[in-house]
Design a protein around this ligand. Sequence first.
Ligand SMILES: C[S@@+](CC[C@H](N)C(=O)[O-])C[C@H]1O[C@@H](n2cnc3c(N)ncnc32)[C@H](O)[C@@H]1O
Length: 242
Amino acid sequence: MKTITQKVRDRVLRTLLPPPFETDHWEYSGVSLMETQDVPCKDLISLALQAAECATSIDISEISGRMPKRDRYCEIWPGQHYKLLAGLLAILRPHLVIEIGTYSGLSTLTLRQYLPPDGRLVTFDIIPWDRIPGTIFKQSDFDNEALKQTIADLSQSSIVKEHADLLRQADFIFVDAAKDGKMEWRLLNNFKAIGLKEGALLCFDEIRLWNMLAVWKSIPYPKMDVTSLGHYTGTGLVLIDR
Ligand SMILES: C[S@@+](CC[C@H](N)C(=O)[O-])C[C@H]1O[C@@H](n2cnc3c(N)ncnc32)[C@H](O)[C@@H]1O
């Protein structure tokens, strides 16, 4: 959700620097020098390639089928990140997946579908799923232990401490929350304070949005921008290596 300042900034930019082609969705971003410390490690390159290969044969039709026909954008790949998320889970087979930003359920249900048989997914949001207009969840999605929603604001350090034991066990964390230029900074600081599991993989959505550029650049772990294999607004992978 954009703040009023961001909306004003976008309006001014659109006047001064209008999109150079017709499109239904346009965001301002930027490019910068790829420095030595930004070059991804071999493990991340290999994982991204394997996940992309896997994504070519991922079937999320049960999930997209819950959307009206005109809105089945989650099937677009590359361009959308859902099939890449599924591919990552199929390769990594994580026991515990954490999602930050449930919203209407598209990524949650994709992650759940590709959990290993003993896997568990806890999805965090500040708004309960049944208060989101157009949610694609059914009550029965939460009937077994594999999926749970927790209502909590993980930008608050005290809240992250409350959930520290769970977060430290996570093998895969998908971060798709506010992107307001504040929340993700706080989240990363909170993760640093509790310490995540070594070897955990974080996947950040929309890293190429203006508000996310500096956050992404600042992440001090091995990382890889996999936008061309994921979401057109940016997808980034981060490996917690210490
Ligand atoms: C872009 S939507 C998530 C979309 C979803 N992951 C998908 O792909 O279908 C962002 C969500 O993040 C939630 N959010 C915003 N700030 C948050 C916070 N501090 N902690 C947890 N969730 C937050 C919003 O309520 C919203 O539902």
